[in-house]
Design a protein around this ligand. Structure first.
Ligand code: ADP
Ligand code: MG
Length: 295
């Protein structure tokens, strides 16, 4: 089934014509533990183009966090390699910004202090670091809260700070591991739209992990679907939903068809056990004494 409109197909043509920023080649990871080895990833190959927005989705435990930690240089791959702008990744670096689900802000620093931290570590003067921090806080809409402390902010605001703190170093790629996973539905939806606005205005590539299908389709150009045990690339899907995106598109044919397709990949249909009908037919035990039977 081909759902791409000519406009969307042309968009993917243009994306493919851009340079490759990130490339994973035959990436594998085996964790060695007392209870034996866990093969978390096997033979992962993919390429991400400049300014592309790629989401990674897959069941819990399929190696999503492992993958992003290897890309960030926080974890060593057992096999294969990662190239960033054509050069092998050996460890963490300023060229990759990380945003995690947990609020990883320094609680003893103000919002501004948190954003200034990276530039100061990289040798910027206080004045320059402060100026950059103010610019990025403006971009994420938090100028008024520059002097607040993390505990005074809502969950959504803390993730905005985390995004500003990652972007202030002007990374080539933003690596996000379920960054909105702990937020309530309404805040989460606002943050998704906010992230798209930021991305549209920057020269930054995004690799975003989620287990929420709607989130992946709403945000991504392409979705990398992983399967579990071991984590392998199941499919790389081009999202046929046009840009700019808006929540109104959730009901469109392209959106729903993509949703059904990814859903079938992640949750393959299981056959009901033969005795399931018998289970449903059993009379229920009654737990009420009210006997007027009006229900
Ligand atoms: N540090 C670790 N040591 C041993 N096993 C790990 C470690 N981290 C993750 N694993 C295992 O690797 C697999 C993938 O984990 P993870 O990357 O966290 O998956 P996901 O983020 O998709 O839920 C799981 O089976 C998990 O138990
Ligand atoms: Mg994870």
């Amino acid at each position: 089934m081909r759902l791409q409109s000519p406009e969307v197909a042309a968009r993917f043509e243009r994306i493919r014509a851009r340079e490759v920023i990130l490339e994973a080649r035959g990436l594998g990871k085996v964790y060695q533990g007392a209870q034996g080895d866990t093969e978390a990833l096997r033979g992962i190959d993919f390429k991400v183009h400049r300014r592309e927005f790629v989401c990674v989705i897959g069941p819990s435990g399929c190696g999503k966090s492992t993958l992003i930690r290897i890309l960030a240089g926080l974890e060593q791959a057992t096999s294969g390699e990662i190239l960033l702008d054509g050069a092998p990744v050996k460890g963490p670096g300023r060229d990759r910004g990380m945003v995690f689900q947990g609020y990883s802000l320094f609680p003893w620093l103000t919002v501004k202090g948190n954003v200034m931290f990276g530039p100061l570590m990289n040798g910027s003067s206080r004045g320059t670091a402060e100026q950059h921090a103010r610019e990025w806080l403006e971009l994420v809409g938090l100028s008024k809260f520059a002097d607040a402390y993390p505990h005074q902010l809502s969950g959504g605001m803390r993730q905005r700070v985390a995004i500003a703190r990652a972007l202030v170093n002007q990374p080539r790629i933003l690596l996000m591991d379920e960054p909105f996973g702990a937020l309530d539905a309404q805040t989460r939806s606002k943050m998704q739209t906010h992230l798209l606005d930021i991305w549209r205005n920057l020269d930054v590539t995004v690799l975003f992990i989620t287990h929420d299908l709607d989130e992946a389709i709403y945000l991504a150009d392409r979705i990398l679907v992983l399967k579990a045990h071991p984590g392998e690339v199941q499919e790389l899907i081009e999202v046929p939903v046009p840009r700019p995106r808006s929540p109104g598109q959730f009901t469109t044919t392209e959106f729903q068809a993509t949703r059904a397709r990814v859903d079938a990949l992640i949750h393959p249909p299981v056959e009901a056990p033969p005795d399931e009908a018998a289970l449903v037919d059993k009379p229920m035990i009654r737990f009420t004494d009210v006997a007027d039977d009006i229900e």
